[in-house]
Design a binder for this molecule. Structure first.
Ligand code: ATP
Ligand code: MG
Length: 669
């Protein structure tokens, strides 16, 4: 045990140690990038356990699944061998702290209590694609043309309201523009549509948990009583719901530790509110406040750039950030002829690092701002045969075949999930063409019941054609059989039934002419089965509900294939948003152009607050780099097929100290 004790304060400076040995009461660690905030959270959990806190009384909330995974691993290492051993079959695993994201913790709460809100406990979780189909059908019902309100706009506006905890009945009063008025009327139907389908979207996971706590103080207390300690990382990016949920969970025991950095608040567009961290000591007047000043991550030169840049933001908590590492190499800023030359040059450099300098691919990251940027890098990396893994952009689970299969599973699990049912109803064809579906849907709408209820009502299906009736029987039998195998054998076995009974692979293969395309599609199908197998191996009671919940949460961020690739050692392709909290020895920040970073939306709005948020995003990007940082831009970039000249990012001038700094003339706060 002595060794463990040493380890617990050994790797910490004085301020960090102070935070780690404080075992009670509210605490705030507000400090710049790379100062060891996440390390403090991890060590503090280990220390709590060492001082007798039962691990299962501790809840730690992180921002991404990747961060949660890393934290669990780290805690395991710190508290030593006993907890790390994988339990044998049938043996109860030792208690472990709960480390999860806000969303997955809310799923856990809602799976238990959703019926109190009128949702089934097995509610499905809608991803972007599901949301879009629901939005489209609502806009059709409302007879709103795309020009008046597109599904995208509708979801964007509604999500904004949800993140601000604005309910449908209040939204009418919030709406200012025409679009918002239309969205307000769609909002109520959208929520009803979700409920009718037994589904929640991502925003609902937080919002409905908050509702639940408001509605049922007994459930709120029950959930709060499960923990004696709550720790939250990246607290600067909590939104209203997250703020209130944690408040409910901590008010009684008051052992609430939050860490964060106001300079890294990058989710205001999604409802995050930096005042939650800045006002922490108002909410908790007796809070202990710890400041960390030593940056252990980046070399001096990288840090100097980051400090210079963030110094251009006018409203911020001025923090000292001291480099603990040597000066290192000066970061490079490279200009390229066009975006293809940029991608080729970056990939050439990467290849050189890997082959020439023996750098591990996983130690290299390419950071970009928008979803359109990675495609060219993917192409070049593939050509160069460099493995890569992408986070924050198009997900494995967005591929058509994967979405089809997941829809099957969702529908089998939750037959009222109409979006899922409609996706698979005639894929592969089974006599249920558009005309039949329209008839059935019309009846469902008229009677206000789910489509599947109509399909199971012999009175409603009596006059359908023979093939249509056989199609329905086929679906009924399929659902029964798959469910049966999933409950009595295994998920993988259930998947086999699903694949063979739908002739899924043959069907998919027939869609593609090119063999490599076919192969890639087949690989996705295989990969989903692999994900199921992995889920079964790592869970005590693996069932379909759990699996679907997990992929709904991870699909956004990390698919099984990505997980595997990441473990296999691959270059990271990340949005700057997804890179928050992570670190890499070698970082490429690409597309350093006005209109990309800062994003065109902020450039157009010209709003200083928007630009300031983009600047923080750029700061997050720079501070991910440990040793080598390369920023690049293309002098021309194709837009709508035509090359156009670009403007170098204004942040580049600031980084090199060549822009006028308004703060020079401003008094320090
Ligand atoms: P971010 O703001 O980006 O989330 P952070 O403040 O959470 O950063 P960490 O990720 O915890 O910082 O730490 C940054 C790096 O510094 C990590 O590699 C960590 O292991 C290392 N580090 C932190 N504290 C110390 C220390 N006292 N001695 C040596 N290395 C440290
Ligand atoms: Mg961190």
């Amino acid at each position: 045990m002595q060794g463990t004790a040493n380890k617990l304060t050994e790797g910490l400076n004085e301020a960090q140690a102070e935070a780690v040995v404080t075992l009670k009461g509210p605490m705030l660690v507000l400090a710049g990038a790379g100062t060891g905030k996440t390390r403090v959270v991890t060590f503090r959990i280990a220390n709590l356990i060492r001082h007798g806190t039962n691990p299962d009384r501790i809840l730690a909330v992180t921002f991404t699944n990747k961060a949660a995974g890393e934290m669990k691993e780290r805690i395991g290492e710190l508290i030593g061998g006993k907890q790390r051993r994988k339990p044998k079959r049938g043996e109860k695993p030792p208690p472990a702290p709960t480390v999860s994201t806000f969303h997955s913790h809310c799923v856990r709460i809602l799976r238990q209590h959703a019926p109190a809100l009128g949702y089934p406990a097995k509610f499905s979780i809608y991803d972007r694609g599901d949301q879009e189909s629901l939005a489209r059908s609502i806009l059709r019902e409302l007879r709103l043309p795309n020009a008046a309100l597109s599904p995208n706009d509708m979801l964007f506006i509604i999500s904004g309201w949800k993140n601000a905890s604005i309910k449908p009945e209040q939204a009418v009063y919030e709406a200012a523009t025409d679009k918002e008025h239309f969205a307000a009327s769609a909002y109520r139907r959208y929520q009803q549509g979700l409920m009718l389908r037994g589904a929640m979207d991502f925003d609902d996971l937080l919002l409905q948990t908050e509702n639940l706590f408001e509605l049922r103080s007994d459930i709120r207390d029950e959930e709060a009583d499960k923990f004696d300690h709550v720790l939250v990382d990246e607290y600067q990016d909590t939104n209203g719901s997250q703020y209130r949920i944690t408040k409910h969970l901590t008010q009684k025991h008051r052992n609430f530790c939050v860490v964060g950095d106001d300079d890294q608040s990058i989710y205001a567009w999604r409802g995050a509110d930096v005042t939650h961290i800045l006002n922490f000591s108002k909410d908790w007047p007796d809070a202990k406040i710890v400041c960390l000043e030593n940056n252990y991550r980046s070399t001096g030169e990288i840090l100097a750039m980051a400090n210079r840049l963030i110094g251009y933001n006018t409203t911020r908590h001025d923090k000292t950030l001291i480099a603990s590492r040597p000066k290192g190499k000066r970061p490079r800023i490279q200009q390229h002829k066009d975006e293809i030359a940029e991608a080729q040059s970056v990939v050439r450099d990467i290849k050189m690092h890997i082959e020439g300098n023996h750098v591990q691919p996983k130690d290299i990251a390419i950071l970009f701002r928008t979803n359109e940027q990675p495609r060219l890098f993917e192409t070049e990396l593939r050509k160069a045969n460099v493995p890569y893994v992408m986070l924050g952009a198009q997900s494995f689970f967005d591929r058509r075949e994967v979405r089809d299969l997941v829809s099957y599973l969702k529908w089998i699990e939750q037959p009222n999930d109409e979006v899922a049912l409609r996706r698979i109803i005639n894929t592969p064809p089974r006599g249920l063409g558009n005309k039949t579906i329209e008839i059935l849907l019309g009846r469902a709408v008229k009677r206000g019941v789910p489509l599947w209820d109509i399909m199971n009502d012999p009175n409603e299906t009596a006059e359908l054609t023979g093939p249509a009736q056989r199609g329905i029987e086929d679906l009924q039998q399929l659902s029964k059989d798959v469910l049966h195998r999933s409950q009595n054998e295994s998920l993988v076995a259930a998947m086999e039934t699903l694949l063979s009974r739908t002739s899924f692979s043959t069907e998919v293969a027939s869609r593609y002419d090119k063999p490599e395309e076919r192969e890639a599609r087949m690989a996705s199908i295989g990969e989903l089965t692999n994900a199921m197998g992995a889920f079964e191996d790592s869970n005590d009671n693996p069932d379909l509900t759990g699996f679907l919940g997990e992929i709904a949460l991870s699909g956004r961020e990390m698919g099984s294939e990505k997980d595997k690739l990441a473990k296999q050692n691959a270059v990271w392709l990340l949005t700057m948003h997804a890179a928050k909290g992570l670190e890499f020895p070698i970082v490429f920040m690409v597309g350093m152009e006005d209109g990309l970073l800062p994003h065109s939306r902020s450039v157009k709005s010209g709003n200083e607050d928007d630009i300031a948020e983009e600047r923080r995003l750029c700061y997050v990007g720079i501070t991910r780099a440990q040793e080598t940082l390369t920023m690049s831009l293309a002098l021309t970039r194709r837009k709508w097929g035509k090359p156009r000249p670009t403007i170098p990012s204004r942040f580049l001038y600031e980084i090199v100290g060549k822009a006028d700094n308004p703060n020079k003339y401003r008094k320090k706060r």
